[in-house]
Design a protein around this ligand. Structure first.
Ligand SMILES: Nc1nc2c(c(=O)[nH]1)N[C@H]1C(S)=C(S)[C@@H](COP(=O)(O)OP(=O)(O)OC[C@H]3O[C@@H](n4cnc5c(N)ncnc54)[C@H](O)[C@@H]3O)O[C@H]1N2
Ligand code: MOO
Length: 345
């Protein structure tokens, strides 16, 4: 049974009173791209000039047989199979496409092995943002669509089976504690302790430029720098400021400056001596290569190099959202930043 056999091609002039099988799109470059007629519309005599003006001399009417789905139904079933926590979608597809959107601001989680498997399947597509994208409420996360107007149901069942399989795999390997293959993790409001090192700042020779930038980046994710403390290039002072923030219960400690190779660069040593387990000193991103990621007990601590102050996007911008979303950072996460991590420098 061929798909085409269920579609009936009718001249527009003969289609009055018939039901349109799919949305019809009009494109006027620079002015409009959108739906001119909706699936299900009953063709009237005065629609004919508009149909002819978008190049439609014939239209499809449709009669669906067992085991075959219309593009709208197929896209909806795919959306249902992939949507997880804090993801919403309109129950009415548009031009055969369903768009999944973020219900809240947060960190988009997209399970790439699943997306790849879906897209290996002929005639169906799942197009997504990248894993770990920071999203606003209402932002698009993914689109589902099938390529033909009508598709064998078995293709959509394949997507549903893949979804079930990957969810099981994810829960077994503990990779993600998630409810779905595409979801949004909310940001938790962290109390952030900020230590700004550098004798030139401490002694007032120059004005601090790190503080305002770090505060803004932290606030943009719904957290707050509770206090900023200055330290000279002296390991003992830096260590005691780290202990201060641990004592007052900071959820995240950020230490700026002194991260590279000069004799006065004391920050990495001080973080280690304060008892940190170092996940990585050195991050394969440029800029942001001198960033240090570690933990003291469960409290994340980061050493931020000078580039965080002057480059708009660094390894700090990759890792901070994940920490705010409550994800532990492991060595593999740092390793994965290298591929595609050359942004500047
Ligand atoms: N030979 C090498 N040179 C550099 C390396 C390296 O591996 N080998 N790494 C480079 C990278 S990458 C970075 S990033 C920079 C800076 O790293 P630091 O974190 O050590 O930065 P500092 O030396 O402490 O300061 C650099 C510069 O920025 C000024 N500064 C520091 N803190 C503040 C502040 N709070 N407010 C205003 N200005 C600040 C400081 O006075 C210096 O002028 O190193 C590369 N070099
Ligand atoms: O830590 Mo640096 O960014 O590579 O400039």
């Amino acid at each position: 049974m061929k798909n085409e056999s269920m579609l009936r091609e009718v001249k527009v002039e003969d289609a009055i009173g018939m039901v349109l099988a799919h949305d019809l799109t009009q494109i006027i470059p620079g002015q409009f791209k959108g739906r001119l007629f909706k699936k299900g519309h009953i063709i009237r005599e005065d629609d004919i000039p508009a149909l002819l003006s978008i190049g439609k001399e014939h239209i499809y009417t449709i009669e669906l047989k067992e085991g075959v789905l219309h593009e709208d139904e197929a896209a909806l079933r795919m959306a249902r199979a992939v949507a997880g926590e804090n993801v919403v979608y309109n129950s009415e597809p548009h031009e055969g496409k369903v768009t999944l959107k973020a219900a809240i601001a947060g960190l988009a989680k997209v399970y790439k092995p699943f997306v790849d498997d879906v897209n290996e399947t002929d005639q169906v597509i799942l197009s997504t943002v990248k894993n770990n994208t920071v999203v606003k409420a209402g932002q698009s996360l993914a689109g589902t669509r099938v390529i033909p107007l009508i598709v064998e149901e078995i293709k959509v069942e394949r997507v549903e089976q893949l979804a079930a399989h990957h969810k099981q795999e994810m829960s077994l390997n503990g990779a993600l504690q998630t409810s779905g293959l595409i979801e949004v993790k909310p940001f938790r409001p962290l109390k952030v302790g900020l230590i700004t090192t550098g004798s030139e700042v401490f002694k007032g020779r120059i004005t601090d430029k790190f503080g305002p930038i770090v505060k803004e980046k932290v606030a943009a994710l719904g957290s707050e720098v509770i206090e900023q403390r200055l330290a000279p290039d002296d390991s003992e002072v830096i260590i005691s400021e780290i202990r201060y923030f641990l004592d007052i219960g900071a959820d995240l400690i950020l230490v700026t400056g002194g991260m590279s190779v000069d004799p006065d660069d004391r920050t990495p040593g001080a973080i280690s001596r304060a008892g940190a387990r170092i996940v990585s000193y050195g991050t394969p991103m440029l800029p942001g290569s001198m960033l240090l990621m570690g933990y003291i007990g469960d409290t994340p601590i980061m050493g931020l190099p000078g580039c965080v102050m002057h480059d708009p996007y660094t390894s700090f911008d990759e890792l901070l959202p994940r920490i705010c979303a409550g994800e532990p950072i492991v060595k593999g996460d740092i390793v994965a930043l290298g591929y595609g991590g050359l942004l500047g420098c």
